[in-house]
Design a protein around this ligand. Structure first.
Ligand code: ASP
Length: 331
């Protein structure tokens, strides 16, 4: 029996024992109570971020955070940058387009260069699954995964869990349908891991060509019929068709995809009457989701997810730097 099965999610150990990891490379490493610990820590930052003009804390004053993004990003990069700055850190962004990677530098050499700059935390997005772990193994400071290939996007799953918990009052015992391009989605993978770990029924709803193999090993129910997959769901999480990761034709056409798997008001009616609609962004309106669903404030949590993203990333940066900041109880 693992510690995850004997300790309920709401009951985490005191001090530094609440989160023993040096890095945040994936949800796969976490226990339910470690996830809850981050979500609870994030709540205080939601309050701070809503506190009018004084959105600032100096917990990370004097620390340098490098955001090393080898793949494009709008909201995740901005969110990590705002999170670091709101905690008082110096934040530097490195875009791959301007970096030596384009000149042929290996990932390990890039890691050693970043390490020599003596950053206090490095946030990495990379197009290859496993690249973030490779860098984490080589550097002296905490590393946070901001998305690696099709593998994981842990802060997205954490912000999604926080959004669900705030909207529905809990993030356990729910039926959650994750719909769309699951095959190419690190968001889906991290969410499946987090939401099953927290004790929810997770369904995957997609055309057969966009369902990864061996899904049953991830303890999800697979549906190829959207109406059946949404039936009685508390949460409908839509995913973008990740065309940039497709190396062939997975679908006849976006129009046909929308006809069978697009979230319309009629289709949403299959879910519970108060079901919420989520999307990690960027959205393809009219493909996986209709505007009148995406823009319905009673159902859609899309802007709230962005807001929770800043708070969750503040919590992760704060928690992961506590040992180097020598916060009492964290050694
Ligand atoms: N922004 C998310 C990601 O980085 C989802 C997406 O790109 O569709 O994986």
């Amino acid at each position: 029996m693992t510690s995850a099965t004997i300790r309920p999610a709401s009951d985490y150990p005191p001090g530094g024992d609440a989160f023993r990891h040096r890095h945040l490379t994936g949800i796969a490493q976490l226990t339910p109570w470690e996830i809850s610990y981050i979500l609870d820590a994030a709540e205080q930052w939601v309050e701070l971020n809503r506190a009018g003009a004084a959105k600032h804390d100096d917990a990370l004053r004097g620390l340098t955070i490098i955001n090393a993004f080898f793949e494009n990003s709008t909201r995740t990069l901005l969110s990590f940058e705002i999170a670091g700055k709101r905690l008082g850190a110096d934040v530097v962004n490195m875009h791959a387009a301007q970096s030596s990677v384009k000149k042929g530098e290996t990932l390990i050499d890039t890691a050693m260069t970043l390490n020599a700059m003596r950053a206090d935390a490095i946030v990495i997005r990379h197009q290859s699954s496993g690249a973030v772990q490779l860098i984490a193994d080589k550097v002296d400071c905490p590393v946070l995964n901001a998305g690696d290939g099709r593998h994981e996007h842990p802060t997205q799953a954490l912000l999604d869990a926080l959004t669900i918990r705030r909207r529905l009052g809990r993030v356990e015992g729910l039926t959650i349908a994750i719909c769309g391009d699951v095959l190419h989605s690190r968001v889906a993978r991290s969410n499946i891991l987090a939401l099953t770990l927290l004790g929810n029924e997770v369904r995957v709803v997609a055309p057969p060509t966009l369902i990864p193999p061996a899904m049953e090993r991830m303890h999800v129910r697979v549906f190829t019929d959207m109406d059946a997959g949404l039936d009685g769901a508390d949460v409908v999480m839509m995913l973008r068709l990740q065309n940039e990761r497709m190396d062939g034709a997975y679908l006849p056409s976006p129009r046909e995809y929308h006809a069978l798997y697009g979230l319309t008001p009629q289709r949403l009616a299959k879910a519970k009457p108060d079901a919420i609609v989520m999307h990690p962004g960027p959205m393809n309106r009219g493909v996986e989701i209709d505007s009148n669903v995406a823009d319905d404030p009673a159902r859609s949590t899309i802007t709230e997810q962005v807001e929770m993203g800043v708070a969750v990333r503040m919590a992760c940066l704060d928690i992961l730097t506590r040992r180097t900041r020598k916060v009492p109880g964290w050694n």
